[in-house]
Design a protein around this ligand. Sequence first.
Ligand SMILES: NC(=O)C1=CN([C@@H]2O[C@H](COP(=O)(O)OP(=O)(O)OC[C@H]3O[C@@H](n4cnc5c(N)ncnc54)[C@H](OP(=O)(O)O)[C@@H]3O)[C@@H](O)[C@H]2O)C=CC1
Ligand SMILES: N[C@@H](CC=O)C(=O)O
Length: 376
Amino acid sequence: MKKIALLLMGCGGVGRQLLHHIVSCRSLHAKKGVHLRVVGVCDSKSLVVTSDVLTGELDDAFLSELCRLKSNGSSLSSLSDFGECRVYANSESNNTILEIAALVGKSTGLAFVDCSASSETIGLITQVVDLGCCIVLANKKPLTSRTEDYEKLFSYPRYIRHESTVGAGLPVIASLNRMLSSGDTIHRITGSLSGTLGYVMSEIERGKRLSDVVKAAKSLGFTEPDPRDDLSGMDVGRKALILARLLGRHIDMDSIKIESLYPKEMGPDFMSVEEFLDNGILLLDNDVQERVKKASMNGNVLRYVCVIEGTRCEVGIQELPNNSALGRLRGSDNVLEIYSRCYSEQPLVIQGAGAGNDTTAAGVLADILDIQDLFS
Ligand SMILES: NC(=O)C1=CN([C@@H]2O[C@H](COP(=O)(O)OP(=O)(O)OC[C@H]3O[C@@H](n4cnc5c(N)ncnc54)[C@H](OP(=O)(O)O)[C@@H]3O)[C@@H](O)[C@H]2O)C=CC1
Ligand SMILES: N[C@@H](CC=O)C(=O)O
């Protein structure tokens, strides 16, 4: 049986769902001769690891208890009494992770899985790439920071997977990589890449208020931990940058034109997430409703669109015919149209659920299985 050791950063909505998928796919994976060995899990405050990282694992009962505790808002440190594990506080976590990565990475290989939404993981990830580890990301931030970090992460291109960073579980990155590696030239990518903004717009069209819909999107697991990351367009901007860099464009976030749905005065420097959701966002309800109504009088809808073409890379609201490919989108669905040499008249279209813990975690799990040949 091939064993894939993995260390999970982040056990929020996506991270916990990944652990659920791992446990519930045990017999399926066994039939394929693979076993996922979870050696450690960390959140923003602590790290919990199996006492024997070279051969041991956090067993399924332990992982279920971990998920139960985290979904109740408890800390990982309360797991110290439960089973054969060691728990480290924040201050010791990074050094311990590097030690584990060096030991396990060089021995059997280690999948370093980032399901956090933090930019604090970048320092660690850029170090573990040189320790024989594979990187699997749902977190977009490591791919959208400095060009040097991006290049470092791709020093060993076969060792990195990040399907869930764009379109959640949809096969966007895999499809683009297949096209690029066969020499197809991609001219234009256009699409609706935010599950949250897709859901928000289509629910407002049905008469709902922005403030209610954003709260619903958060509880459905579509939004970023701070939904302003979605409403500001930053989350789509990051996806656009990931795609543009994949196409070989040497750009950074500053090169991307991004339209925000809220004013600067409602940003994270001025109010907390709770203040924004309880008060700030209510002040945006009428304006957004008016824009949606005005578009509908022209037979149109509003969609938050990403366009990458030549040196152009921008994301923002567009008014589109309601019977167009993007106009027909409902709920959290994403759609991506790719025009290339092979797909010049009619684009290659990828469409489906573009947000949610289940599909995102499934994309991460598929990425982990995809690199199994790198493990001994
Ligand atoms: N939800 C979706 O539809 C999709 C999400 N993604 C991406 O998946 C990632 C996770 O999203 P989601 O699960 O919803 O987010 P959550 O906020 O639910 O979970 C984030 C987790 O990361 C942990 N964390 C924060 N900082 C660190 C750190 N420095 N080191 C380790 N762990 C840390 C948090 O710890 P604590 O519990 O202590 O707060 C929490 O457990 C995000 O990057 C998101 O963009 C990608 C595609 C789709
Ligand atoms: N918040 C994101 C989740 C996936 O990246 C979205 O709404 O699309």
